[in-house]
Design a binder for this molecule. Sequence first.
Ligand code: TGC
Ligand code: FAD
Length: 399
Amino acid sequence: MSTSSALPPFDPADPLAVDGLLSAEEEAVRSSVRRLCAERVDPYIAEWFEAGEIPDIRGLAKELGALGLLGMHLEGYGCAGMSATAYGLACLELEASDSGIRSLVSVQGSLAMYAIWRWGSEEQKQEWLPRMAAGEAIGCFGLTEPDHGSDPGSMRTRARRDGSDWVLDGRKLWITNAPVADVAVVWAQAGPEDGGVRGFVVPTDTPGFSAPEIKHKLSLRASATGEIVLDGVRLPATAVLPEVSGLKGPLSCLNEARYGIVWGAMGAARSAIESALGYAKDREQFGRPIAGFQLTQQKLADMSLEYGKGLLLAMHLGRLKDAGRLRPEQVSYGKLNNVREAIEICRTARTILGANGISLEYPVIRHANNLESVLTYEGTVEMHTLVVGQALTGIAAFR
Ligand code: TGC
Ligand code: FAD
């Protein structure tokens, strides 16, 4: 195709030239995260996925902290105070390596740290945020329960007062980082006189707290996932997050993490597209590269279209967030669209790789399997569809 020589070449990793919209600072963040992933994650990730663990998760957390990636869009208390767009770009690069690594960072920064930063007391912030930003303390966020996932408002974990103390009893399930966490932000039902759902900052060495690991996952294997068991966990009055009561406490944190996923999912998609494109150019059948068949090109073109649109959507939401104008419903648009398209891209890429597509030698099936979790956590496809439906019609169809 003839083009003016003044135009930059077409880049499959950035088909709509979104890079041109980035500031120098944003580009620098992206480069540094890309470098960390290339050195510290990519050579080992297939092994970690197969083994079902990140062997030196504490060391990795410290390296992520040293780069300013933990709570990176928060201000003060040792946090980097970067833009939401820069945070999104970091999520994209991390998830291009593996959704499990992006999850580690999302849960730490957008859920556990954000909850303390937004709703915590000055003492809670001073005690936890600097160490969490440095990766010296790992956090988790316990909202989901065995019987209450999409409907967290019905949670059964209880917080009761005993003198000036609080006592927590209950169970949380499917909690990222729980088995390795130093601190858990746990949401529990207090009585109506105490404002209903309340958040608690729980050091994980508190008697009665345990976090057994969930084994046998076939998705997000390079991520520590656990249960949280709260058996008469006694906490001082100062453990409650004082600045919020009600479900808007945890849901406000989810907005932050869901926003990161809008970007992250496009990282997994990019990696799958790059893998499929390279493979299609090399692999010959019927005497020519499979990239030369129209049916393969249709797959590649459709993948690229959805990837390009998803990147633009992420960038637009990032700019809205940086301007303080991003609504939760718009985050749902982004999470719903980008995760749904990313998993479709990965599944299509898998077909292009034929039998090799099911091997861990290539990243594609790992990304596709990971995205099964991403499709479900932080609000399922159905929940985000209903959030958008409610925004359009004014009618809540959840119950
Ligand atoms: P509803 O009556 O609509 O709302 C209750 C209160 O919350 C407020 N609110 C929000 N506030 C901030 N941000 C949002 N997105 C909010 N959505 C609602 C609302 O204004 C109200 O406030 P107030 O002051 O009037 O009381 O609540 P509902 O019970 O009908 O539920 C609505 C629904 C279904 C959308 C919500 O429950 C939901 O989002 N469910 C999905 C649950 C979910 O996403 N769980 C995720 C768990 S954490 C996780 O998955 C981490 S994985 C991380 C990783 O590894 O990366
Ligand atoms: P359910 O809510 O039981 O839903 C089952 C199905 O029913 C879904 O398809 C759902 O969309 C559908 N459904 C439910 N209600 C409706 C409705 N009203 N209309 C139509 N369809 C409906 N949680 C945390 O709190 N912290 C974490 O760190 C965390 N990490 C996770 C890590 C992994 C790897 C995974 C897989 C999950 C994690 N979760 C975490 C839990 C996650 O948020 C929940 O799995 C999710 O919210 C869905 O809840 P559920 O699994 O109980 O499914």
